[in-house]
Design a protein around this ligand. Structure first.
Ligand code: PLP
Length: 376
């Protein structure tokens, strides 16, 4: 076990003052990487580590994956790429999914980071940067195959082809697109997007496709292209509706009890008196709230766990705390300093996301910064 260097170490290796405890299981992460690699072999597996590796720590996560042989990393923007790069080996490739803002091309080129070019304009700018620097610059080309988010639109492809012929100083590494419904196995959008990607590969001969995120990997080998780009599956999230989640959980979150009380029937709990006890109850207040990434939408919904027992959230989630009903436990089971499970063996990421009316991605990327983080 090895504590995050950002945390203040107290006596005995405990993180001083923290009330929430987030564990990131790097061995499970490595095992998930290996599982995806065996699913797509001999194709390569990149790692999507944008948004601080979905909240888990981009440097720690990327170093662990690099140790497993991962050589390609995707981030959202150049700032993330520049922050990550010094931590990794020189031969690692870092790709910027959101393309480049005008004016940042030179910094990107000088750092040896690869932009995902999403438009003809971005290709032109990259090419003129190559001119300025007197060298060839590599990049990825992204196409919109039906998500209408990022990438070259179908009617811009002829112009892109002309521009590419004129830009002898841009080396295309591969062709990329993104699936809109990859987690829905039965969605017809998947094969429609794949067919469009294959037309693009015909139109731009000599380059390989890259289309699969986590969900895309589970759609089958025809989606694997030359390289797959999983994020959520690496972090233990469920990426497909086709099967039970085959990935190992990576995140465990426990929070401390900061007070307990016994109340009569008719007691109002929390802001707005949103909960009224219908019978005498025992309550506990635990030390995480919406500022720690427990969504406000969990107010009066969802639960935490203690020794396998479900303890429902009552009243509104506060900024720094949440109140739970612990009547189901025997008296004294929870005391000041006891820890309850928010994410763990009894409650998956998907469970809490569902109760909050959101998705696992949002739960992960919202994980707070006041937790003591342990990487093991
Ligand atoms: C975020 C992202 C991914 C990773 O998606 P997951 O569903 O987390 O596997 C892959 N490709 C692109 C373009 C993305 O934006």
């Amino acid at each position: 076990m090895d504590r995050d260097f950002d945390n203040h170490m107290g006596a005995g290796g405990t993180v001083q003052g923290a009330n929430g405890f987030l564990t990131v299981d790097l061995a499970a992460l490595a095992s998930n990487y290996g599982k995806l690699r065996s699913m797509v072999a001999p194709k390569r597996v990149a790692a999507v580590v944008k948004a601080d590796a979905y909240g888990l720590g981009a440097v720690r996560v990327s170093l662990a994956l690099q140790a497993e042989g991962c050589k390609q990393f995707f981030v959202a923007n150049l700032m993330e790429a520049l922050a990550l790069q010094p931590a990794l080996e020189r031969d690692v490739q870092i790709f910027v999914l959101n393309g480049l803002q005008p004016g940042s091309e030179t910094a990107c080129a000088r750092a040896g980071i690869f932009p995902v070019l999403n438009s003809v304009e971005q290709l032109r700018r990259w090419s003129s940067t190559a001119d300025d620097l007197g060298r060839t610059l590599a990049a990825v080309l992204q196409f919109d195959t039906g998500m209408s988010r990022l990438g070259v639109a179908p009617d811009e492809r002829p112009e892109l082809a002309r521009c590419l012929n004129a830009c002898g100083n841009v080396e295309v590494l591969f062709l990329m697109s993104h699936l809109a419904s990859a987690d829905e196995t039965d969605s017809e959008q998947n094969c429609g997007q794949l067919a469009e990607m294959l037309r693009i590969v015909d139109e731009f001969p000599g380059f390989d496709p890259c289309i699969a995120n986590s969900g895309g990997i589970f759609l089958g080998p025809e989606y694997h292209g030359v390289l797959v780009r999983p994020g959520i599956a690496l972090y233990g999230g469920r990426a497909t509706d086709a099967a039970d989640n085959p990935m190992q959980p990576v995140v465990k979150l426990e929070v401390a009890v900061i007070q307990t009380r016994i109340v009569p029937a008719g007691t109002s709990v929390g802001y707005g008196g949103a909960h009224l006890t219908s019978a005498p109850a025992r309550l506990a207040t635990v030390a995480a709230g919406y500022a720690d990434g427990l969504p406000l939408s969990l107010s009066g919904r969802g639960a935490v766990y203690y020794e396998g027992q479900r303890l429902p959230i009552v009243g509104r989630v506060s900024m720094d705390s949440t109140t739970i009903d612990i009547t189901a436990l025997h008296e004294g089971a929870l005391t000041l300093g006891s820890r309850v499970e928010v994410i763990g063996p009894n409650q998956t990421l998907e469970d809490i996301a569902r109760d909050a009316g959101t998705i696992s991605y949002e739960i992960l990327t919202s994980l707070g910064h006041r937790y003591a983080r342990t990487y093991c």
